[in-house]
Design a protein around this ligand. Structure first.
Ligand SMILES: N[C@@H](CCC(=O)N[C@@H](CS)C(=O)NCC(=O)O)C(=O)O
Length: 258
């Protein structure tokens, strides 16, 4: 029986969640078959009924259901020991856990303040009010206030990326010669930025930019499998201003959704 992967789906099939991306890459790395069940925030009762909590992604394997991305990665590693390893042994697993925590706290937190005001546009229309209300409650301010001073917020994020830039300037992947789970975790943060905002957060020509390009291309261009940030029409040539809706909801990704 195939594994079932419950992941957050956004507007027109977009995949906006960084947590889902790291597990998608892990599933491909392991080379296992899986079926996808896309869920919106509004489908929370499906997730609660399965796991007793509200966060996605969730992996279901017959009677066994796992949530929390770190636990899902560990489950995959133990369930498929003969498939390519996500961690490369016990030491690698310990290091990957640290990188997981580092990327969520040290990269994810400053990135929120760069992309959050742009993010509702990639969600299903029914989910936008929920996203805004819960995130503004957590931030204690509006999404727009949290993202004020965009240059300063971007500089703070790029400062947090300094150890990554230094590492990737001397080796192709965080895990060394080939990518593994620590790469997938960190890449998921950059994928969140790339698909959740029109802003470019990576400096052109940087080692991070090259690594991100290699990561997108893995597993048959997995990073581009779903639509990108909706293109703003004002960036396209349009004959008459009166024919120009504010947002086109086209895609800036090269490949159609699957
Ligand atoms: N620590 C969790 C975080 C998962 C998480 O935050 N998931 C988001 C993805 S959109 C979610 O489901 N949020 C639900 C909500 O905010 O109600 C993990 O690694 O799995």
């Amino acid at each position: 029986m195939a594994l079932i992967f419950f992941e957050r789906v956004g507007h027109e099939g977009r995949r906006p969640s960084p947590f889902s991306w790291r597990i998608r890459y892990a599933l491909e790395h392991k080379g296992v078959d899986f079926e996808v069940r896309p869920v919106r925030f509004a489908d929370v009762e499906t997730i609660r009924a399965l796991t007793g909590q509200h966060l996605t992604p969730v992996l279901s394997d017959g009677d066994h259901v796992v949530h929390e991305t770190w636990d899902i990665a560990c489950y995959l590693e133990e369930r498929f020991p003969s498939n390519p390893s996500l961690f490369g042994g016990a030491v690698g697993r310990g290091m990957a856990r640290y990188i997981n925590v580092w990327s969520d706290t040290q990269l994810g937190s400053p990135l929120r303040r760069v992309i959050y005001a742009d993010f509702p546009a990639v969600l299903d229309a029914e989910d936008r009010a929920y996203f805004r209300a819960t995130r503004e409650r957590d931030l204690g301010m509006t999404l727009e206030a949290a993202c004020a001073d965009p240059e300063g917020k971007l500089a703070a994020f790029q400062q947090a990326c300094a150890p990554l830039e230094r590492t990737l300037s001397v080796q192709p992947y965080i895990c060394g010669a080939a990518p593994a789970y620590a790469d997938y975790t960190v890449f998921s943060i950059f994928q969140w930025a790339r698909l959740g905002s029109p802003k470019e957060v990576v400096a052109q020509g940087s080692a991070i930019a090259e690594w991100r390009r290699r990561m997108i291309a893995l597993f048959g261009n997995l990073g581009d499998r779903f639509p990108g940030y909706p293109m703003r029409c004002e960036t396209r040539p349009v004959a008459k201003a009166s024919e120009r809706p504010e947002v086109c909801f086209g895609s800036n990704s090269s490949l159609p959704a699957k």
